[in-house]
Design a protein around this ligand. Sequence first.
Ligand SMILES: *Cc1c(COP(=O)(O)O)cnc(C)c1O
Length: 382
Amino acid sequence: MAPIYLDSHAPTPVDPRVLEAMLPFFTEHFGNASSRNHPFGWKAAKAVEHARERVAQLIGARLRDIVFTSGATESNNLAIKGAAARAPEGRRRIVTLSTEHRAVIDPCAALARDGFPVTVLGVRPDGRVDLDQLSEAVTADTLLVSVMAGNNEIGVSQPIEAVVRIAKARGALVHCDAVQTAGVLPLNVRELGVDLVSLSAHKMYGPKGVGALYVAKGRPAIALGPLVDGGGHERGYRSGTLNLPGIVGFGAAAEICRTGMAVEAPRLAALRDALLHGLSAIGGLHVNGSMNERLPQNLNVRFDGVTGEGLLASLAGDVAVSSGAACATAIAEPSHVLKALGLTDDEARASLRFGFHRFNTDQEVVRVVSIVRAAVQRLRSM
Ligand SMILES: *Cc1c(COP(=O)(O)O)cnc(C)c1O
């Protein structure tokens, strides 16, 4: 039988409707969206603006406030390093959380090496930010507060509204990595009052290598130094010929998510809850992170008496899961997110992250439970 894919915090599968929308833009519609003088360019420009409209609509943004990038790693870097590059005198501090994605942690660390004051706050044992601590950490010299909407390992959601309130009271900008939340749960960037929001197409059934940064219209405009200089594309925030098929696919993916979300989110939560129910019956199970404030597509657990390596190895052919973020796994370090919850290295290594997607079924959950049960029982008996 084909292995069951439950690693959707890495990429989600590409929706066939997304692929179909993209294909003509590799072939007959190959124009450059910046070519102003002929129909090939016009067709490309129109497709880009249509996609921009769809991505904007997904998050309640204005059309003009969406900047296309190569993905959320770039969006996060543009938000954080870009803001730092234009930091006013006396406002250089960056405040973030220890459970952020590496694409936030690492740019912050790079800025710290360049002399920017950076505050990395721990989280409560349930993975949520401590708002009193945040209140204390966001000082009058704070330029930017970067807090993710939903975590890519433990699925825990952060109270972004409260984060915005605290940051705005001190005049700081707010950046939010919303990669795991956008397309799954309603997100209205203008109601939230966030300034910068990162998105990635391949986490919402679109293609890899394309993403966006929402840059709120501010007065004065939010000052971001570009990472890439060149032809002045994307309002000068991000030069380079636009990835036309990718952007078209991103737009189609955003539209499918937006229109399907109200039905799909509870369906994912039901699959997840069925998995949790089934796994609980095996015994010795612990859930990592808050179960209440959690994305519907995520479950992160560990079992007493089994090692993560052993469990992952015995599941590998049948169930695609991981013990942490795809990038963190490559360096074989225990997850920094799980360690931030207070887990030991061994507990972190023993943890499994399940990520559900649009094409998972009830039957798959039943099979996964029986496969995991057999693996855990075998490992415990050894
Ligand atoms: C995947 C992911 C990223 C990186 O996105 P890319 O488009 O792959 O660069 C950033 N943040 C979170 C929360 C993610 O899950």
